[in-house]
Design a protein around this ligand. Structure first.
Ligand SMILES: [Zn+2]
Length: 441
């Protein structure tokens, strides 16, 4: 053990070393308290709440099986799936996504390596879940806002328009999910159009367009989701991923479906929850959203408090002080509260951005230059983890232009069916037809 070696070598008392360890939060994990409230209109919102779950796939990776996981080596997972055109995609994703993500993380990693491998595994897990769901031939799609808490590190992967916001203990707000509504995302409109979709509003007599921007065929308002095979492959499941590390003062996450965000802005939602514990906070947000707009849509909210160990009270002490942080900035150390000073080892309120990437292009998301790229097995399909014989895989860079500096023979590699999926998502199969796609599988 490193601690004992240090004691032997330097003579630093164990108590001091342990305190340093606590300050670095290498030993102590935060307490996680959470609450969830759902008001159902169509019955298409689903949630996933596991406060302790093993990192390896299959062990406790379900909403009911994680209860008995020990304290060591566990993560917490919270998610909202807002289904449309039926609930099959939301239910399938809820049952399979976590396992698909965990299966994409190489075994035997250190905790730091695991954190670094997670964003790429989320991309692989989302795409595999979407691809597998297509074989069910069930029409429907779902948004996914998928939050993994590992110690003080929060990683959020999102497709669609459910959202996750973080308010740090001091009161600064961070957006951890992207908005994949066509109305709100010009870049996505361009991508969908370039991949063969048509984007426009519903036309009424006289030619004027009404309502939100939609993607045709299908008329979906979202540019990314899991499912929606009947809409088109250009509606991709590749998630926006953002990873941050909280200071050990903690913070509060609010994860909610569009039923909440169509009625309340983030600041209103947070203001309603001041001083309330997680369950009551979620209840208040849903109540206020329904009061304001009526129950027009499924309205779901999960509130998660990430708290210094044994500090079982809501963390938000300074109502209304913070603003939105578009950029991550360090706070001066004089922002520490007396309480934090008293505890001796609290850092100032700093939320550190570790990773953020939202590209829809698999070649970019599975890049070999990815910080943890060398941890992944070269001969496993980077999406579905199928083991391939040497030479059998197709480079994810296979379709890069010739002048690109990327070695076209370099990995990561995809199996042939995942390569078909990749080309379809990029609009290269020139097909919107389910039948053509499944024949090629
Ligand atoms: Zn594959």
């Amino acid at each position: 053990m490193e601690v004992h070696a240090d004691v032997d070598g330097s003579g630093v008392p164990l108590a001091v070393l342990l305190k340093r360890e606590l300050c670095n939060q290498k030993v102590e994990k935060p307490d996680i308290l959470f609450g969830e409230v759902n008001k159902s209109k169509k019955g298409e919102d689903f949630t996933f709440l596991v406060d302790k779950c093993h990192r390896s796939p299959g062990e406790g990776a379900s909403s009911t099986g994680g209860e008995n996981a020990g304290d060591d080596d566990t993560i917490s997972v919270f998610a909202i799936f807002d289904g449309h055109n039926g609930s099959a995609a939301a239910i399938y994703t809820r049952e399979n996504l976590l396992n698909n993500v965990l299966a994409a993380i190489p075994p035997n990693l250190t905790s730091e390596e695991w954190t670094a491998a997670l964003p790429r595994a989320l991309v692989a897990g989302f795409v595999k879940t979407d691809k597998d769901f297509q074989t069910k031939a069930a029409r429907s799609g779902t948004t996914v806002t998928f939050v993994i808490i590992d110690g003080w590190v929060v990683t959020v992967a999102s497709v669609g328009d459910s959202r996750c916001i973080l308010e740090s203990a001091e009161g600064t707000v961070y957006f951890l999910s992207a908005d994949h509504r066509l109305d709100a995302n010009e870049e996505e409109v361009e991508r969908v159009t370039a991949s063969g979709g048509e984007v426009g509003r519903i036309n009424i007599a006289g030619g004027a367009g009404i309502g939100p921007l939609r993607c045709w065929p299908g008329g979906l308002c979202l540019s990314r989701s899991i499912g929606d095979i009947d809409v088109g492959e250009f509606i991709v499941p590749v998630p926006h991923v953002k990873q941050v590390k909280l200071s050990n003062a903690g913070g509060r996450l609010v994860i909610a479906s569009d039923g909440v965000w169509d009625a309340l802005c983030f600041q209103e939602a947070l203001n309603y929850t001041r001083g309330l514990p997680a369950e009551a906070a979620a209840n208040r947000i849903v109540k206020e959203a329904v009061t304001s707009k009526g129950l027009r849509d499924d309205t779901t909210c999960i509130v998660v408090d990430i708290l210094p160990p044994e500090k079982l009270s809501p963390p938000l002490k300074r109502p209304g002080k913070g603003g939105i942080k578009a950029l991550f900035r360090r706070r001066p150390s004089d922002e520490m509260s007396e309480d934090q000073m008293d505890r001796g080892c609290f850092e100032p309120d700093v939320v550190e951005e570790i990773y953020e990437e939202g590209s829809a292009m698999l070649a970019r998301r599975l890049n070999i230059n990815y910080p943890a790229g060398n941890m992944f097995k070269l001969h496993d399909c980077a999406v579905c983890q199928l083991e391939m014989k040497p030479g059998e895989g197709i480079s994810v860079h296979g379709n890069m232009p010739k002048h690109s500096r990327v070695d076209p023979w370099g990995g990561p590699f995809l199996c042939s069916s995942c390569q078909v999926k990749k080309e379809a998502m990029e609009g290269k199969l020139h097909s919107r037809s389910t039948d053509v796609f499944t024949q090629k599988l």
